[in-house]
Design a protein around this ligand. Structure first.
Ligand SMILES: Cc1ncc(COP(=O)(O)O)c(C=O)c1O
Ligand SMILES: N[C@@H](CCCC[NH3+])C(=O)O
Length: 433
């Protein structure tokens, strides 16, 4: 989100989804996580429009690890998308939201027996098989229940996406999926094809996250179509669906230059058509799993300015009432964010500060160099584009309660996750006596 696209009212206050951000802070307190729901819907429409123009058969599956709450699954359902879950907890949340289970895919590199049982008993649409151990576990679950299910095979395509090392997942040296080059994926397929309770509907791969160019996806399509042709020739099997995963990057700062959904989808469609033609394969249905691109730009973290430390001739630390507990990404990935003084939007830049949190860690820095207008304690800071992997990776470090989450749309605000209380923090504690 570029700062220019932000809206301010006559008082110079940031306006989110038609609601004054200072009103949100007064009413619900800070730190506060705010989602502009219309922005989520717009982004989904952009993906849909790009697919419609491509002429491909497609499915968009929201990667709910980016932000998974009951209200979020409701919005995804309203928009008619599929979703993927990676744990019993995400599955449980989706079930609580009444999300159609047939439209869920279940991922994970170490799904437990209990999680597989939960998925099968609730009739989850697709289980994405990740490793040989899981094939055996799932077989047991299905045989015991005289059940069957649709599966995809997650493969490791041997592609290194140009992104942070911690968010690369497609390279050979990865914990996820069956390796293609060593023949592991082919062995896995042979094994699964011999299990009558499993119906292989497609191939899945995810090369990484926060990706800004289409090269990795192009290589991925080539790899998946090549292996599809080999499998057709050797095993008489052709995957009906190619799931290309997520990873579509967003702009966190002015220097980020992300592609639009169409920039990704058009070349992917062209390459698929070319290879389907070359290998005489049917054009596969394409699934994608965006998480960040759907919720990232729609999210804002609101904080109140507190203490300040000026170190003469050196620097200034400006502290807010949240930090790494509600946004671990700067500490974990050196992620960069932009922020504004939400109650003084029209004032000129006055200084550059380290925007720090309140946690007992020197690394608890939300923004390393933030240009701000003149400010004082009580002012409101809005960190932008925090919607993906912010609240979903939040913790109670230092026994700080996690913030509330508010959805704003058409001038209305609604709490969709209540703020944790101190009582919540000790809810699971048991006295030792
Ligand atoms: C299998 C899978 N699909 C989709 C995603 C979503 O990625 P992103 O939020 O970058 O779109 C992830 C996370 O990186 C993932 O592991
Ligand atoms: N959590 C990461 C991305 C990895 C997502 C899951 N594979 C982030 O904040 O960017």
């Amino acid at each position: 989100m570029s700062k220019q696209r932000l809206q301010a009212n006559e008082q110079g206050h940031l306006v989110l989804g038609g609601v004054d951000a200072t009103r949100l802070a007064q009413e619900y307190g800070t730190p506060l996580v705010v989602y502009d729901v219309a922005a989520i819907r717009r982004q989904i429409q952009e993906f849909r429009a790009a697919f419609t123009r491509s002429g491909l058969r497609y499915q968009i599956s929201y990667a709910s690890k980016a932000f998974a709450t009951v209200a979020m699954y409701q919005v995804i359902d309203e928009e008619g998308l599929h979703a993927d879950v990676v744990s019993g907890g995400e599955l449980y949340t989706a079930l609580q939201a009444g999300f159609p289970v047939r439209d869920l895919s279940f991922h994970g590199n170490n799904k437990s027996l209990a999680e597989l049982e939960m998925a099968v008993e609730n009739h989850v649409g697709v289980i994405v098989l990740d490793n040989f151990h899981e094939i055996e576990l799932l077989k047991r679950v299905l045989v015991d229940r005289n059940a069957s299910c649709d599966v995809m095979l997650r493969v490791t395509p041997g592609i290194t996406a140009h992104t942070h090392r911690y968010t690369q997942t497609g390279q050979v040296d990865s914990k996820f999926g069956f390796d293609v080059d060593s023949g592991q994926a082919t062995r896995a397929l042979q094994k699964v094809l011999a299990i009558p309770q499993m119906n292989v509907i497609g191939l899945h791969a995810h090369i990484g996250s926060q990706i800004f160019d289409v090269t990795g996806f192009d290589l991925l399509v080539k790899k998946l179509m090549t292996i599809s042709a080999q499998w057709r020739d050797r095993l008489g099997f052709t995957p009906r669906i190619l799931n290309l995963g997520g990873g579509f990057g967003i702009a966190y700062t002015a220097t980020d230059d992300p592609l639009t959904p169409a920039d990704f989808i058009q070349p992917i469609a062209a390459r698929l058509r070319q290879l389907a033609d070359r290998y005489q394969l049917p054009l596969p249905e394409v699934w994608i799993e965006p998480g960040r691109a759907i919720v990232g730009p729609a999210g804002y973290n609101l904080y109140t300015v507190g203490s300040r430390k000026d170190i003469p001739d050196l620097t200034t630390y400006l502290s807010v009432d949240g930090g790494m507990g509600d946004n671990i990404r700067p500490a974990l990935y050196q992620a960069k964010y932009a922020a504004v003084l939400a109650n003084k939007m029209n004032e000129p830049t006055h200084e550059t500060v380290h925007l720090t949190g309140k946690y007992c860690e020197s690394g608890d820095i939300l923004i390393d160099q933030l240009a701000l207008s003149r400010n004082e304690p009580g002012d409101l800071i809005a960190v932008l584009d925090t919607g993906a992997y912010g609240y979903s990776m939040a913790s109670n470090y230092n026994r700080n309660p996690r913030p509330a989450v508010v959805f704003v749309e058409d001038g209305q605000a609604k709490v969709v996750v209540r703020r944790e209380t101190y009582a919540d923090l000790v809810r699971l504690d048991v006295r030792y006596e």
